[in-house]
Ligand binder design. Structure first.
Ligand code: ADP
Ligand code: MG
Length: 239
């Protein structure tokens, strides 16, 4: 499903180049469910942006579901993302003035008839236990329910690859646990490949595959100047 080779990404900040990712090789098989952990700023979101084609790598190869993203222009990467990637984010990003059902419908393939659309949305709302909440606005739903709607929105076109960036980051632990189960169960039942980036070690532990981003990324972040000064001071004190 995903093959990465010699992938490099850096950003320029105030004229200074900051290396973020250097991944010699990483593969995720179809149907695998992988959690990626790692400290803040270690490039986890950047990696998902590269896998979804939002960002382009500086060099290297990235093939997702048979598509060589590294050689596609932006418009083609956008089309690829629309057809092949479902994305779940920490803060749901539902449109406040639309009902749960409408939030899902605007993400759907326009080829379907009205009746088919309704059937598909009904099916998915039922899958996440929200059959009776379709007419509710996001503000009338709990945070966990809002995340369920966002999961439905990500899955409604049946993308082969589901990406989630800190999907439980703003939920209490019990709700986080429910959302973890839902993502794991739905992706297993429907054969989606699932890559989740998370700080939540409870969530990561439940995944069949779990890795720290530093297991695949060769960039080791230098300590910031402030940290270096602190370390020097501490060493002076111990001497
Ligand atoms: P994580 O998701 O692991 O917390 P990110 O992938 O968001 O980390 O960011 C990794 C590093 O790249 C951070 O130091 C961040 O400040 C930097 N970064 C991310 N996006 C940009 C950007 N568009 N321009 C410059 N620096 C960026
Ligand atoms: Mg992040």
């Amino acid at each position: 499903m995903l093959q990465i080779r010699d992938l490099k990404k850096q950003f320029k900040v105030d004229g200074r180049v900051v290396r973020i990712l250097d991944i010699p090789e990483w593969t995720v098989e179809k149907g695998e469910r992988v959690a990626i952990t790692g400290p803040s700023g270690s490039g986890k979101s950047t990696l998902l942006h590269l896998v979804s084609g939002i960002l382009r790598a500086d060099s290297g190869e990235i093939v997702v579901n048979g598509q060589p993203l590294h050689s596609l222009a932006e418009a083609k990467r956008d089309a690829f993302r629309a057809s092949s990637i479902g994305y779940v984010l920490q803060d749901f990003h539902l449109i406040p003035s639309l009902t749960a059902r409408q939030n899902v419908e605007i993400a759907m393939n326009s080829r379907l008839s009205r009746k088919e659309r309704k059937q598909v949305v009904d099916y998915w709302l039922e899958q996440v236990g929200l059959s009776d909440r379709g007419q509710h606005l996001p503000s009338q739903l709990s945070r966990g329910q809002q995340q369920r709607v966002a999961i439905v929105r990500a899955l409604v076109n049946q993308p082969p690859l589901l990406l989630a960036d800190e999907p439980t980051g703003s939920l209490d632990w019990e709700t986080a646990d429910e959302i973890s189960s839902l993502l794991l169960d739905l992706s297993e039942a429907h054969g989606h490949t699932l890559i989740v980036v998370t700080h939540d070690l409870n969530m990561a532990d439940r995944f069949p595959h779990c890795l720290n981003i530093q297991d695949i990324n060769q960039v080791r972040r230098e300590a910031s100047p402030e940290q270096r000064v602190l370390r020097v001071k501490r060493e002076e004190v111990t001497i």
